[in-house]
Design a protein around this ligand. Structure first.
Ligand SMILES: NC(=O)c1ccc[n+]([C@@H]2O[C@H](COP(=O)([O-])OP(=O)(O)OC[C@H]3O[C@@H](n4cnc5c(N)ncnc54)[C@H](OP(=O)(O)O)[C@@H]3O)[C@@H](O)[C@H]2O)c1
Length: 333
C-alpha cells in the first residue's frame, strides 16, 4: 500500500511517500481502508520527535482516520468487514496511508449520511467538543458560551454544538475572515481579540457578568482575560494551548468569582467509558442528520501532499479542518 513515511525526525518536508506492506490488526484492533485522515497539531510534533509518544523509526504518522473495515483482529465483535468507521489510530500513528489500524474500542460508526472525508474532519473535533461542553462543562440552554480559537477545528465544532444545545455563543478569533466563518457556523457575537480589548468586550456582551462557559483551546493571554471574566458558577474549560503558552491561573479568582476551572482530556475519557463515547456519537450523528452540524474543511489534500497539509495547519491561516485523502488526486474540494 502507499503510505507517508517518517524515516528521520524532522519538519513536514522530510516526509516521503513509499510503498510498504499492509499492517495486520492485532487483538482488539481493526484494519480499515482509509478514505480520509484528519490533520492535527500533534502530527507536526510527532514527526519532529516533540510529542509525548516517540514511535520507533521508520513510522507512518496520522492520528485520525475514517474509512471501511477490511479485517478485524482477535476478540473484535463490534465491527465486521464492510462497516464504515471513524477513529483515532492505534498508538497514534499510521493514518496517512491507504490502510490503517484502529482500536475497536475507540472507533464509532460513521453516520449513514456522512462521507468518509467529512468523517475524518468530524471525529476528534466534534468528539472533543461534545465531551467538553456536555460532560465536563454541563452547558445549559440559555447560558453564554465564549469560544476561543473559534475558527479552528474544535472552535467551529464548539460553536455548532453550543448552538444546538441552546447557548448564546460569543466567538473569539484573530481576523475578520475567521470571524466571518464563525458567524456562518452560527456564532451570535464576534470578538476580534487583535483589534478589540477582549476583557472589555466580554464584559459589555454579558452585562458585566462574564461567561457561563468558556471553551479554551488557545491558552496564553486569552486565557488570562477569560479567567477574570467568568460568571458566578461558570466553567472555564481548559482544552489546549494552541498559542504555545500554558498559562498560570491565580486561584484567588476561583474563590472571588465562584467559578470552576475544568480540565478536558478527551482521549483518556474515551478509554475510561467507551459506552458513553458511543452514546455521545449517536447524539452527534443525530444532530448531523438534522443539519445542525456542518464540519468545515478548508482543504483536502491527496496523500502525496501530506507535508503541505501539515504546513498549512501550522500557517494558522486555515479555518476548520484539513484532511488528507488517499482517494483524492488534485488536492482541492
Ligand atoms: N484536550 C483535548 O482532549 C484535546 C483534543 C483535541 C485537540 N486538543 C488541542 O486543542 C487545540 C486546538 O485544536 P484545533 O484542532 O481546534 O486546532 P486549530 O484548528 O489549529 O485551531 C487552533 C486555533 O488557535 C488559535 N491560535 C492562537 N495562537 C495560535 C498559534 N500561535 N498557532 C496556531 N494557532 C493559534 C488560532 O485562532 P486565532 O488565529 O483566531 O487565534 C487557531 O484557529 C490544539 O492545541 C490541540 O492539540 C485538545
Amino acid at each position: 500500500m502507499r503510505a507517508i513515511v517518517c524515516k528521520e525526525m524532522g519538519p513536514p518536508r522530510s516526509l516521503r511517500l513509499a510503498e510498504i506492506p499492509s499492517p495486520e490488526p492485532g487483538s482488539g484492533e481493526v484494519l480499515i481502508r482509509v478514505e480520509g485522515a484528519g490533520v492535527n497539531f500533534p502530527d507536526s510534533l510527532i514527526i519532529e520527535g516533540k510529542y509525548q509518544v516517540k514511535p520507533a523509526l521508520p513510522f507512518v504518522p496520522g492520528f485520525e482516520v475514517a474509512g471501511t473495515v477490511l479485517e478485524i483482529g482477535r476478540g473484535v465483535t463490534s465491527f465486521k468487514p464492510g462497516d464504515r468507521i471513524m477513529s483515532l489510530t492505534a498508538n497514534t500513528v499510521g493514518g496517512f496511508a491507504e490502510e490503517a489500524i484502529v482500536t475497536a474500542e475507540q472507533a464509532v460508526v460513521i453516520p449513514g449520511v456522512m462521507d468518509g472525508i467529512t468523517a475524518a474532519a468530524f471525529y476528534s473535533s466534534y468528539g472533543t467538543s461534545y465531551h467538553a461542553l456536555v460532560e465536563r462543562g454541563h452547558l445549559r440552554q440559555g447560558e453564554t458560551l465564549v469560544v476561543l480559537g473559534a475558527a479552528g477545528g474544535i472552535g467551529l465544532a464548539t460553536i455548532e454544538i453550543g448552538k444546538a444545545l441552546g447557548a448564546r455563543v460569543i466567538a473569539v478569533a484573530s481576523t475578520k475572515e475567521k470571524l466571518d466563518v464563525a458567524k456562518a457556523h452560527g456564532a451570535d457575537e464576534l470578538v476580534n481579540y487583535r483589534s478589540e480589548d477582549l476583557a472589555r468586550r466580554i464584559k459589555q456582551l454579558t452585562d458585566g457578568k462574564g461567561a457561563d462557559v468558556c471553551m479554551d483551546t488557545v491558552g496564553g493571554d486569552a486565557f488570562d482575560s477569560m479567567s477574570r471574566n467568568m460568571n458566578y458558577n461558570g466553567r472555564l474549560l481548559i482544552v489546549g494551548f494552541a498559542s504555545g503558552t500554558i498559562p498560570r491561573l491565580a486561584v484567588n479568582l476561583l474563590l472571588l468569582k465562584g467559578y470552576q476551572a475544568v480540565g478536558v482530556f478527551w482521549g483518556p475519557a474515551v478509554a475510561r467509558d467507551p459506552e458513553k463515547h458511543r452514546e455521545n456519537f449517536r447524539r452527534l450523528g443525530k444532530l448531523y442528520a438534522e443539519g445542525k452540524l456542518n464540519p468545515r474543511m478548508s482543504g483536502v489534500y491527496p496523500l502525496e501532499r501530506t507535508a503541505e497539509a501539515i504546513e498549512a495547519l501550522l500557517s494558522r491561516r486555515e479555518t476548520g479542518k484539513l484532511v488528507v485523502s488517499p482517494l483524492e488526486s488534485d488536492g482541492s474540494r
